[in-house]
Each structure stands twice: as structure tokens, then as C-alpha cells.
Design a protein around this ligand. Structure first.
Ligand code: NAP
Ligand code: F7E
Length: 338
């Protein structure tokens, strides 16, 4: 039987690397789009990389979300059965520094893929997954589900909201099988170093081993619903295997503050943290030494205070539920370091 062809934008990222592995296991021919970079950006997929001279099912191509020609050329050449758009400037804080670039990559980039599917007349052949985000809910109260209104609080969230609605519009206007996954925070051992969970895990592991470094953080009272990326990429695939295209919230339904996350990591490392002070003066001590400080540079101009997803629809229609909880997530993240 002919292998299904999948094209992943953002294959070098956290989710892209997990999804590529999942699809290879499912016997897909996997194609990934990478950006030209002066240093290697393929570390997360080194274990599945095969020299193109020998590969039968894994291929990388240069492309960029800001370059409509590269996107159109790839889609018209490969005519994929499934396209996963995971490419994004995905850092919320950075989106305040790079608002136009974020809108171009995360918002218009999605439109470029949809337009390529449409103009190449692939509506009947190609299914499309769009990596939406709980950040689109912004200030809406939890629990958030598919019916909750969006109140975005960053250029990142606003750009993703454009991508969300343009995906729905192309589904309705041109009959493309296109789905939005509205994914709540998900982490893993290969999470980027500047996201708060990885930043905490890396720093506490080093401090436990005797490093004198300190952990500088911003708002440690915001609440997030943290899942494991390995579970979440399965939901992406499931969304493209249904009879009709729909949008789904993917989450754990549990919520913790950043401070809870710090304490959980510390507990697993057998470290007791004592907290003193409040606000910008709050500090964390380990064995009498100051190891955690608040730095206002990590506060965002507008913050998303409280996210907790209701994934009832995914459970009912996709038969999806998370296999990890915050405990197993943290254990997995620590295990890869110590
Ligand atoms: P990530 O680790 O930051 O990966 C982002 C990917 O996009 C990388 O492969 C990156 O390439 C690529 N990329 C960035 N700009 C690009 C451009 N201009 N052209 C082509 N590729 C570009 O993100 P992630 O955590 O895997 O998340 C995957 C997707 O889900 C993103 O769209 C993110 O916004 C969304 N999302 C993430 C979460 C989460 O909690 N992880 C939750 C909801 C939604 P380089 O490796 O070269 O930088
Ligand atoms: O921040 C607070 C920060 O950057 C989580 C992305 O994958 O998930 C992610 O976005 C919370 C925020 O993730 C630091 O203010 C405190 O309240 O790890 P984060 P995020 O902003 O929730 C969503 C669903 C996505 O779609 C995004 O792509 O932690 N926080 N101190 C800090 N955050 C960071 N990064 N660094 C700190 O020092």
C-alpha cells in the first residue's frame, strides 16, 4: 500500500520532533520544513535523521513561513495527504519585541499554507492541522473550552487568532479539511530553554549539583494547565483522522501556579525551598542560600493569569485523554538531565 505523505512545518521544534516520530511509527512518509540557519537547528530530530541518499521515508526541505513561494512550491510538489502547521515564533514574551514578525510568521504564514492548498486544488486530497493555543483565551475565565470567547493578551495570541479564524474561513469557503487544535501548555525534556518549565528544571538541577547560579523569574503566580507534548501530538494526528473537520481543546484539566511547579521540581530533587518576602522582593532560599529572585524584566506588558482547559469534546469524539500528569511530566523532564 502507498504510504501516506505528511508535511510538517516546524519539524525542528518540540512538537514537530514528537510528531515526526509518531508519524514514522505509523508508516508515513514524513517531510519536514527547516529554516536556513548558520548553526544547526536540527538537534531534536538528529535521532531520526537519515542521509537523503539512503532515506525512504524521512526528508527535510528548506522553507520559511514568511516565503510564500517556498511554501507553494513544496505543497504543489509533494501533494501531501496531511499538513501540520507547527511553525511559529512561539514565545509570548518575545512577541512583544517582534510583533510584526510574529504576525507575519504565525498569522500570515498559516494563510500562505491554506492558500497553497487551495490554489493547487488539493481540497480533496490534503488535510490541514493548525497549531492553535490557549493563549487565544487570554483573560477569559477558566475552565476554557471550544465555546469560550477569545480575549487575546499578546501579539502572539492575536496572530494565532488570525490563524484560527482563517483556518475556519478556508474550511467553510473552500471545503478544505482543516482543524484547529487549541492546545494548552505542553512541555517535555526537549522543551525550549526559555520557557518557564524548562528554565526551572534546568536551573534547579544545576543548583542541586552545586552550581552557584541563581534562577531569575517573572510572575510566579500565573496559573497554567501543563501537559506532555508526547500526548498532545497524538491528538493532532487524531484530529485529521475524523469524518468531518472540527476544532478541539487539548488540555489536562489541571491547573498549577509557576510557584507550584518550582516546588514540585524541588521536591523531586529532594530540595527544600524556603520563601521570604513579597512581590518583586520575594526570594527562594535553599540551605540558607538565595537561589530564586524575581526580575521585573520577565514580566509581560499584559499577562494571561489563569488557564485551565476543558477537553470533554476531545475525550468524547477523539477518544483522547492525557496519559501524563504534572508529576510524570516533571519526572520525565528531570530524568533527561540528571
Ligand atoms: P517551538 O519548539 O518553538 O518550535 C517552533 C518551530 O517553528 C521550530 O521548528 C522553528 O524552527 C519553526 N519556525 C519558527 N519560525 C519559522 C519560520 N519563519 N519559518 C519556518 N519555521 C519556523 O514550538 P512548539 O512548542 O513545538 O510548538 C509548536 C506549535 O504549537 C507552535 O506553533 C506553537 O505556537 C504552538 N503551541 C505550542 C504550545 C506549547 O505549549 N508548546 C501550546 C499551544 C500552541 P527553528 O527550530 O529553526 O527555530
Ligand atoms: O510562561 C510566567 C509567564 O513562557 C508561562 C508557549 O508554548 O504556552 C507557552 O506560552 C508563565 C507565564 O509559556 C518566567 O509570565 C514567570 O505566565 O513558559 P511560558 P506561555 O507564555 O504560557 C502557550 C500555550 C503557547 O502557545 C506558547 O507558544 O510563566 N513566567 N517567569 C515566565 N515565563 C518565562 N518564559 N520565563 C520566565 O522567567
Amino acid at each position: 500500500m502507498k504510504k501516506k505523505i505528511a508535511l510538517i512545518f516546524g519539524i525542528t521544534g518540540q512538537d514537530g520532533s514528537y510528531l515526526a516520530k509518531l508519524l514514522l511509527k505509523k508508516k508515513y512518509e514524513v517531510h519536514g520544513v527547516i529554516r536556513r540557519s548558520s548553526s544547526f537547528n536540527t538537534k531534536r530530530i538528529e535521532d531520526i535523521y537519515v542521509d537523503p541518499h539512503y532515506s525512504k521515508d524521512f526528508f527535510l526541505h528548506y522553507g520559511d513561513m514568511t516565503d510564500a513561494l517556498s511554501i507553494n512550491n513544496l505543497i504543489s510538489k509533494l501533494k501531501p495527504n496531511e499538513i501540520y502547521n507547527l511553525a511559529a515564533q512561539s514565545h509570548v514574551a518575545v512577541s512583544f519585541d517582534l510583533p510584526e514578525y510574529t504576525a507575519n510568521v504565525d498569522g500570515l504564514g498559516t494563510l500562505r499554507i491554506l492558500e497553497a492548498i487551495n490554489t493547487n486544488k488539493l481540497q480533496k486530497k490534503t488535510k490541514f492541522y493548525q497549531a492553535g493555543t490557549s493563549e487565544m483565551y487570554g483573560s477569559s475565565s477558566p475552565p476554557q473550552n471550544e465555546k469560550t470567547s477569545f480575549n487575546p493578551r499578546s501579539p502572539y495570541a492575536v496572530s494565532k487568532l488570525f490563524a484560527h479564524w482563517i483556518t475556519i474561513n478556508y474550511r467553510e469557503a473552500y471545503g478544505i479539511y482543516a482543524c484547529n487544535g487549541i492546545l494548552f501548555n505542553h512541555e517535555s525534556p526537549v522543551r525550549g530553554y526559555t520557557f518557564v518549565t524548562q528554565k526551572i528544571v534546568q536551573a534547579l538541577c544545576k543548583i542541586k549539583k552545586g552550581s552557584k547560579e541563581k534562577l531569575f523569574l517573572g510572575n510566579i503566580y500565573s496559573k497554567r494547565d501543563w501537559g506532555h507534548a508526547e500526548d498532545y501530538v497524538k491528538a493532532m494526528w487524531l484530529m485529521l483522522q475524523q469524518k468531518t473537520p472540527q476544532d478541539f481543546v487539548i488540555a489536562t484539566g489541571e491547573q498549577y501556579t509557576v510557584k507550584n511547579f518550582i516546588e514540585l521540581v524541588a521536591k523531586k530533587l529532594d530540595m527544600k525551598i524556603n520563601w521570604k518576602g513579597q512581590g518583586l522582593k520575594e526570594k527562594g532560599y535553599y540551605k540558607g542560600k538565595e537561589i530564586i529572585k524575581i526580575d521585573k524584566k520577565y514580566f509581560r506588558p499584559t499577562e494571561v493569569e489563569s488557564l485551565r482547559g476543558d477537553y470533554t469534546k476531545a475525550k468524547r469524539l477523539l477518544k483522547w485523554k492525557p496519559s501524563h500528569n504534572i508529576n510524570t511530566l516533571v519526572t520525565d523532564m528531570i530524568k533527561k538531565i540528571i
